[in-house]
Design a protein around this ligand. Structure first.
Ligand SMILES: CC(C)(COP(=O)(O)OP(=O)(O)OC[C@H]1O[C@@H](n2cnc3c(N)ncnc32)[C@H](O)[C@@H]1OP(=O)(O)O)[C@@H](O)C(=O)NCCC(=O)NCCS
Length: 151
């Protein structure tokens, strides 16, 4: 598929249905309505990738404390993957967290999720810890951290 132009922009209430749909497609069997409630309640920044007629992906970040930002959800629709859209969303999220004065960004990722880990490593994230049985199906999570101060 050829994507003519991708606009990375703030989430608007008009995107609600599409973000819900992406969450359902990508994170089943999680409850997308509950997920979106969490993003809108606890998220400090919800960014979408708009490809004109639809939303191809989104990323949600929150401020954990004075020094730490966190990526709490991140997804690109299957048919729009490997086109650089995830990188564009992640780059924008990092810049915005940095602009909020944070010194590091952390996230949790499934140990089996090589695709996401590869992307995060490209941006300088490193695995710092493992949380055993973090996910509801019992899978472990890696904690990955990107220090911002020395960049
Ligand atoms: C992770 C995700 C958001 C990446 O989105 P994307 O738009 O495909 O990412 P990009 O096209 O910007 O990929 C950038 C780089 O990441 C790595 N990467 C992405 N997908 C990969 C895959 N399936 N296998 C290996 N490396 C991959 C590659 O290094 C890639 O660069 P390249 O295409 O030049 O080789 C997407 O795969 C996704 O939605 N996955 C399911 C949800 C998820 O895992 N979210 C993160 C939870 S922590």
């Amino acid at each position: 598929m050829f994507v003519q132009s991708v606009v990375i922009r703030d989430y608007s209430f008009r995107d609600y249905k599409e973000v819900l749909q992406i969450d359902k497609e990508v994170f089943e069997p999680r409850n997308p309505a509950y997920d979106l409630y969490i993003y809108l309640t606890y998220g400090n920044d919800l960014i979408v990738a708009d490809v004109g007629n639809r939303i191809a992906g989104y990323i949600v970040t929150m401020d954990v404390d004075r020094f730490t930002g966190k990526i709490i959800s991140f997804a690109v629709r299957k048919e729009y993957r490997r086109m650089g859209i995830g990188s564009m969303l992640l780059q924008t999220a990092i810049e915005r967290i940095k602009a909020r004065g944070k010194k590091k960004i952390m996230l949790e990722v499934r140990v089996s999720n090589q695709a996401a880990q590869r992307l995060y490593k490209k941006f300088g994230f490193r695995i710092t810890d493992v949380i055993h049985g973090y996910y509801s199906d019992g899978e472990d999570a890696y904690i990955m951290v990107l220090p911002l101060s020395e960049q």
